[in-house]
Design a binder for this molecule. Structure first.
Ligand code: SF4
Length: 331
């Protein structure tokens, strides 16, 4: 780890100012990923701005029926919050499927969105990696690519986003509230993370010096019909090979709204709105889960070690849909 200076920000403007005053700055919240990256010299920071003192530690109900989660609320406090458990159980379940209790106690909501890929080569500075060192190549393409992408990858990078929480937030169609010295803006969750394209070093659409202040959840939480299925090598403390978040709103046996997001398959939580449309305005007895899965996975491409993810994802989508439909589909 290289030497760096640390500054504790006491308010938003001083945090942004401190960040901008140095060439290589990083904000730090829980630090559960950043500290590892700095130790391994994957990220080199000259100045670290600690934002834990900023006022984003609350979960509150909004006037429009939605819920605001402050960006510094820990993952554990989100998952065990009574409001989240009651209205957004999909989010609680996804969070509890990730990491370990210790990590969930430290990791923040904003930090979860910003965590970097767990591609082995990204963390190994002796190998080529376009995300860590743009233009150097991608060791994963001809290497061990078992955990890598089957959708949305590019010639430059085949990494996947590692979060469970973000898969649920994609299905819930959350928004990300950010602030900078130019003011505030809201980013729809689908536009927050990006595909690698020719610039895999950029994970998301945050601008330099922008801070996440909150994640905004819409009123619709799919509390009655939801599922989060995570398939991984170990039962705990392992990233998803494939995960599926499903939220359904059903009235009178008809699906009014359907949202499906996949994790572990792409550089961002993967959604295919056309596949969700196949489920909407249909009676629960008449849905064709295979057609839905085929459409979500259209264009999926396996690599030497991860071909298995395609049939695995297909079956996981079917199972997640069954689980979300629950007893209602069987009655
Ligand atoms: Fe780097 Fe992406 Fe290739 Fe992994 S997949 S080695 S993160 S460029």
């Amino acid at each position: 780890m290289r030497p760096f200076t640390l500054e504790r920000a006491s308010d938003i403007s001083s945090a942004i100012e401190a960040f901008k005053a140095h060439q290589q700055s990083q904000f730090i919240g829980g630090g559960t990923n950043l500290v590892d990256l700095m130790r391994a010299n994957v990220v080199q920071a000259e100045h670290v701005v600690d934002i834990v003192g900023l006022p984003w530690h609350e979960i509150s109900e909004r006037e429009d029926g939605g819920v605001r989660i402050g960006s510094l609320v820990s993952n554990a406090d989100v998952a065990w919050n009574p409001l989240i458990e009651a209205r957004y159980p999909l989010l609680a379940k996804a969070i509890l499927a990730g990491a370990s209790p210790q990590l969930r106690n430290m990791a923040t909501t904003g930090g979860n969105l910003l965590q970097r890929t767990r591609c082995y080569y990204f963390y190994d500075t002796a190998t080529s990696c376009n995300k860590r060192n743009p233009g150097s190549g991608c060791a994963a393409k001809a290497g061990v690519n078992r955990i890598h992408a089957i959708l949305g990858a590019s010639e430059s990078c085949i990494a996947v986003h590692p979060s469970d929480m973000c898969v649920a937030l994609a299905a819930l169609e959350a928004e990300v509230r950010v602030v900078s010295d130019a003011g505030e803006r809201l980013i729809p969750f689908a536009d927050f993370h990006r595909l690698p394209g020719d610039s895999p070093e950029i994970d998301n659409n945050l601008q330099a010096g922008e801070l996440i202040t909150a994640v905004e959840l819409p009123k619709q939480g799919f509390a009655q019909h939801f599922s989060y299925i995570k398939i991984r090598d170990r039962q705990s403390y392992a990233f998803a090979l494939v995960s599926v978040a499903v939220g359904l709103h059903i009235e009178g046996g008809v699906i009014q709204k359907a949202r499906i997001a996949l994790g572990g398959v792409a550089h961002k939580p993967w959604r295919r709105p056309e596949a969700e449309a196949l489920l909407e305005n249909r009676s629960i007895q008449s849905i064709d889960a295979r057609a839905v899965a085929d459409l979500i996975l259209e264009g999926a491409q396996g690599l030497s070690f991860n071909e298995f993810k395609i049939p695995l994802a297909r079956r996981a989508i079917g199972r997640a849909l069954e689980e979300a439909l629950g007893q209602e589909a069987l009655s």
